[in-house]
Design a protein around this ligand. Structure first.
Ligand code: PAF
Length: 299
């Protein structure tokens, strides 16, 4: 299968690297990373260990492939969609954090857009080298739920490359579950500058659980069946599997980049307001991260 990974940072490089064992992969990446991959190939270390030679480019326009996997930061989704619209793809799959990305892609693109979640821990160590800091899985399926041959085909292609993949018929619920995972782990680890495993221990555990419970409550208000226990169990499973990982939001803060707070905890706060739900933990975490972003000039 020909696959373009659009936004090959940490997660995109890990996923693209695994897929390149079996498929014809092109990474769309920042200049230094694209150049390093072109010259010396892509190395993945840690829980996944491989060296592959995918194509790599910084030119995101006019690309063509069977599948485009979108792994850009949530705030960059509209720009990614506009660039993808200049190319030709049979399907588009988002493996991004946060909510709203699939809708943005589907609004601007003709090919079918599938929903996906990824729970791998990943860090881009240096140009050309990504580290897998926690085994996870990819879950994918149709955006509104239900089965589709296209999703099965992509799931089979991922499996063939050894990428742990589940094709799910309940993506709306899975997306809210992943939202609870990110709402709990990302801002707590970013604000306290700790690895993901810290949310399993006091004093961070109470805060993380509260963020996950609130997210589950809002999911139910939006008619998605996600219990408090399911949300907490998912969060704790991912935190244990990626205990030594630096969450993507902590990576963003450490690098002085804008975070995905709007698409994660900010989304929970907005949907809670629609349904008159109280979400004090998500509201506080959102305000603290936004206040940091404002302080460093991102707002
Ligand atoms: O954003 C992240 O860092 C990741 O989604 C996850 C799965 C929480 C691992 O750190």
């Amino acid at each position: 299968m020909e696959i373009v990974v659009f936004g090959a940072g940490s997660l995109g490089s890990l996923v693209g690297g695994v897929l390149a064992r079996e498929h014809d992969v092109t990474l769309v990446a920042r200049p230094a990373h694209a150049e390093a991959v072109r010259i010396g190939g892509l190395t993945v270390t840690g829980a996944v260990d491989l060296h592959v030679s995918p194509s790599a480019t910084t030119d995101s326009r006019g690309l063509a492939a069977d599948l485009a996997i979108v792994t850009v930061k949530a705030a960059d989704t509209p720009t990614a969609a506009d660039a993808l619209a200049t190319g030709s793809f049979d399907a588009v799959l988002s493996l991004q954090n946060g909510m709203g990305n699939e809708e943005t892609l589907a609004d601007r693109l003709e090919p079918p857009v599938l929903a996906g979640t990824a729970t791998y821990g990943a860090i881009l160590q240096e140009p050309g080298v990504a580290e897998c800091t926690g085994q996870g899985e990819v879950v994918l399926g149709t955006r509104t739920g239900g089965r589709a041959p296209l999703a099965e085909r992509i799931g089979n292609a991922f499996d063939a490359a050894g990428l742990e993949t589940t094709v799910a018929g309940d993506m709306p619920r899975r997306r809210w579950e992943k939202l609870a995972v990110n709402a709990a782990i990302n801002p707590v680890t970013a604000l306290s500058n700790v690895d993901n495993g810290a949310v399993l221990e006091p004093p961070a555990a109470d805060l993380a659980r509260s963020a996950a419970w609130e997210t589950a409550r809002v999911a139910r208000a939006c008619d998605v069946s996600l219990s408090d226990r399911e949300a907490t169990a998912a969060m704790e499973r991912v935190a244990a599997d990626t205990a030594a990982n630096t969450s993507s939001m902590r990576q963003d803060v450490l690098a002085g980049r804008r975070t995905e707070i709007d698409a994660i905890n900010g989304y929970v706060v907005d949907r809670a307001a629609d349904h008159d739900c109280a979400v004090p933990t998500n509201r506080t975490l959102t305000a603290l991260i936004r206040s940091w972003e404002r302080g460093v000039g991102h707002r």
